[in-house]
Write a protein that binds this ligand. Structure first.
Ligand SMILES: *[C@@H]1O[C@H](CO)[C@@H](O)[C@H](O)[C@H]1NC(C)=O
Ligand SMILES: *[C@@H]1O[C@H](CO)[C@@H](O)[C@H](O)[C@H]1NC(C)=O
Ligand SMILES: *[C@@H]1O[C@H](CO)[C@@H](O)[C@H](O)[C@H]1NC(C)=O
Ligand SMILES: *[C@@H]1O[C@H](CO)[C@@H](O)[C@H](O)[C@H]1NC(C)=O
Ligand SMILES: *[C@@H]1O[C@H](CO)[C@@H](O)[C@H](O)[C@H]1NC(C)=O
Ligand SMILES: *[C@@H]1O[C@H](CO)[C@@H](O)[C@H](O)[C@H]1NC(C)=O
Ligand SMILES: *[C@@H]1O[C@H](CO)[C@@H](O)[C@H](O)[C@H]1NC(C)=O
Length: 659
């Protein structure tokens, strides 16, 4: 609740109507009292109350009538509240038309409690008064003229500041003129009851009227709608008649939107002028001369007797807000301030000021997604953008499953916010193809593989938290997919196989014969698996399960190891990799699949001093070594021959040979 007061506790404002689209009627809750309270150069008080939040609870207690009558205007837009008060507004103390003091109480609902702030501001005249000053406010018209009354001002009491009516004249009356016709005169009190205000200050006569009064008339000047109120104030003293002709004339043009520009128009000469008029224009309380205004993007043109001001919709100084119905929209609001100084042939100056709040229609705000997927990276990568700062992403549904998406780049799937230099932002979403939400489709016929991802983004418009969704579908198609290739490497102690980690590796399984290669199998058999982000390295040490041996001599032999790639689903063998390496022989005992056992053994410590390996035999004396050197012998024999006793340890075998 905000109320203005000076002497008595009068609630001045009890309701408000707004220009904004639906749902924006209530902006309330002040955080701290008016920190920005200026005397503006255009002879107005301005109070900016920032940081309001809509709590949906209440409405500003403003009566439109009282504000219009008294010279106040409260603008509530996009979470900001601005109060403008004329220097001649009700309850403002006026010292010689030079110093003005404005008092008001601001009552704020803060967590259900009323908090009152007593505020005041004293302003001295920033620029001298013109002979005539006309203000076209949003809710009223005000005209003040220099008082040139041949009559002394008499103050009866010191407090009695308003010398009204002028004491040397009596019986003031007002007569309105409409479309050239005089309406019957009425007394001032009757006029005041109808919402008009006449005020007599030390040096000026003031007239204020709301728009749309019965005595006003609307017309068109050079194609621009204009409202005019012509009030003739008169009084008689003996045979003198004193008259003041007030003409309040304002452009009613509401603004139009034309192809990226907000346009406002006013007739060039609402008041008589020679050709040398001066124009200033600005947004949100600022006012600059025409030349500087042009540099800031205003386009001020004259055409067929009208002044036309064009502003790019995103010009600096605007307010904007996102809005969602079926899709995302944005509208832009301009607090236009326009001033014209006109000088007539008698060198009398009229300063004409307009305050206008212009709003664009809801302009569609395009939302797009950009497919940044690079198939080799093994993930979907999609950019969603670009949003103004009051729109945020809150959730993502991937193929119908609400995904726990965190805004970090380490999780998977991951979302990162990307801030663009022009104050917009977007989001990059990365979903690995192997993520369980991704739909896989394999066409054996085409040898093609397809990943499908439907994304349903949930976005909200702040601060109302209005949701909307954006949908997109991604597909990644792979053709000629083949099983991963194994790259074998021989070493002294065994064979290693390197497999590059690829996005499709999980479609296949590696097996050794019929046995699936798992970490458990590897541990059991003494294989080692090393996996990093690049590749997987399987090392099978010599003599572990799965080797085949050939051409064994005392100096060397061949060892082979085979790895099969099987279809993960059908278990069919898709490819096989056999690697044969040459190893040097020291001692060994191996069996081959055709039922032969081959043994190379160092006999030096078992032989008598003069003995030679060539003279040894197995238990069966006919089984002689195939090959010998100074210390070693190589025996090769069928498993069921040579009286062999099958044991696992070489030493036992040797003992049984020699016994
Ligand atoms: C105006 O406000 C100031 C504080 O902001 C206060 O000190 C001063 O007394 C007030 N003056 C009047 C006349 O209320
Ligand atoms: C100016 O007015 C004339 C006559 O009314 C009209 O023909 C012309 O189109 C107008 N020019 C523009 C730019 O509106
Ligand atoms: C993740 O983001 C941080 C900063 O937000 C950046 O330093 C880091 O390099 C990023 N990591 C990756 C893998 O993109
Ligand atoms: C903001 O910048 C982005 C990236 O440069 C651009 O695509 C977008 O159109 C710009 N948006 C506006 C409103 O200027
Ligand atoms: C997108 O998700 C929202 C809820 O998260 C749901 O209401 C809406 O129907 C979804 N849209 C589509 C087209 O699936
Ligand atoms: C997205 O990008 C990928 C990789 O470049 C491409 O295969 C796919 O066809 C694109 N389009 C869609 C709609 O996913
Ligand atoms: C190896 O690591 C990659 C990436 O770190 C992973 O995708 C793959 O599933 C891992 N392979 C095995 C067999 O653990």
């Amino acid at each position: 609740w905000v109320s203005l007061q000076s002497l008595s506790h009068v609630c001045l404002f009890c309701s408000v109507a707004l220009l904004l689209p639906r749902g924006h009627l209530a902006f309330l809750l002040l955080v701290s009292p008016a920190q920005q309270f200026h005397c503006s150069f255009n002879k107005m008080f301005r109070v900016n109350l920032l940081n309001y939040f809509p709590d949906g609870k209440g409405v500003y207690p403003i009566t439109k009538q009282y504000a219009a009558k008294c010279g106040y205007n409260i603008l509530i837009h996009l979470g900001k509240v601005e109060l403008r008060a004329s220097y001649f507004s009700c309850h403002t103390e006026n010292n010689d038309d030079e110093v003005f003091m404005f008092n008001f109480n601001m009552i704020v609902m803060d967590k259900g409690k009323e908090v009152t702030y007593a505020l005041n501001k004293t302003c001295s005249l920033p620029i001298p008064w013109s002979s005539r000053e006309v203000t076209c406010e949003i809710n009223y018209m005000e005209v003040s003229v220099r008082r040139e009354v041949p009559c002394p001002t008499v103050r009866t009491k010191k407090d009695d500041q308003q010398i009204f009516p002028l004491v040397c004249y009596s019986y003031w009356q007002v007569m309105f003129q409409r479309a050239g016709q005089h309406l019957p005169p009425m007394s001032l009190s009757k006029a005041q009851a109808q919402g008009y205000v006449f005020d007599f200050t030390d040096g000026r006569l003031v007239f204020r009227t709301p728009y749309g009064q019965p005595d006003s008339f609307s017309t068109e000047v050079n194609g621009v709608p204009v409202e005019v109120v012509n009030a003739i104030l008169f009084s008689r003293k003996s045979w003198f008649v004193f008259m003041v002709d007030f003409v309040a004339s304002c452009s009613l043009f509401e603004g139009s939107y034309d192809n990226g520009y907000m346009v406002w128009k006013t007739p060039e000469m609402l008041y008589p002028s020679l050709n040398n008029m001066r124009i200033s224009v600005g947004l949100s309380g600022e006012l600059v001369e025409q030349k500087i205004a042009k540099e800031r993007g205003f386009d001020i043109g004259k055409d067929n007797g009208t002044i036309q001001i064009r502003m790019p919709y995103d010009m600096k100084g605007h307010y904007s807000k996102s809005f969602v119905t079926d899709k995302l929209y944005r509208f832009y609001v301009f607090n236009l301030y326009f001033e014209q100084i006109l000088v007539d042939e008698n060198h009398l100056e009229t300063r004409l000021q307009f305050h206008k709040m212009l709003a664009t229609p809801l302009l569609p705000w395009p939302v797009f997604t950009n497919n940044l997927t690079v198939i080799e990276e093994g993930m979907f990568n999609v950019y969603l953008g670009n949003f103004p700062s009051d729109v945020q992403l809150t959730a993502v549904v991937l193929n119908g499953q609400e995904s726990a998406v965190s805004f970090t780049n380490t999780s998977s799937p991951s979302i990162t916010k990307v801030v663009q230099p022009n104050n917009t932002h977007g989001y990059t979403l990365k979903v690995p193809f192997a993520n369980p939400t991704v739909v896989h489709k394999f066409s054996k016929k085409d040898g093609a593989f397809q990943y499908l991802l439907n994304i349903n983004y949930t976005l909200v418009v702040l601060p109302e938290n209005e949701r909307f969704y954006h949908l997109t579908s991604l597909a990644a198609l792979f053709t000629q997919i083949s099983p991963p290739v194994l790259d074998p490497i021989c070493s002294e102690s065994g064979i290693s196989f390197r497999v590059k980690n690829g996005p499709f590796n999980y479609l296949w399984d590696m097996s050794i014969g019929p046995d699936l290669l798992t970490a458990q199998l590897a541990a059991q058999r003494g294989y080692t698996i090393h996996n990093d982000s690049q590749s997987l390295l399987l090392t099978v040490p010599l003599f572990t399960h799965g080797y085949e041996y050939k051409d064994i001599t005392l100096s060397k032999f061949f060892g082979s190891f085979e790895i099969l790639m099987r279809d993960h689903e059908t278990w069919e063998v898709q490819s096989s990799t056999v690697k044969t390496c040459l190893f040097s022989t020291t001692e060994l005992i191996v069996c081959s699949t055709d039922g032969k056992m081959t043994v190379v053994v160092d006999l030096s410590q078992f032989l008598p001093s003069e003995g030679s390996p060539a003279q040894t035999s197995l238990i069966d004396r006919d089984c002689r070594p195939k090959e010998t050197d100074n210390t070693r012998a190589l025996f090769s024999f069928p498993l069921n021959a040579c009286g062999s006793i099958i044991t696992v340890k070489l030493k036992h075998l040797v003992q049984s040979i020699l016994s």
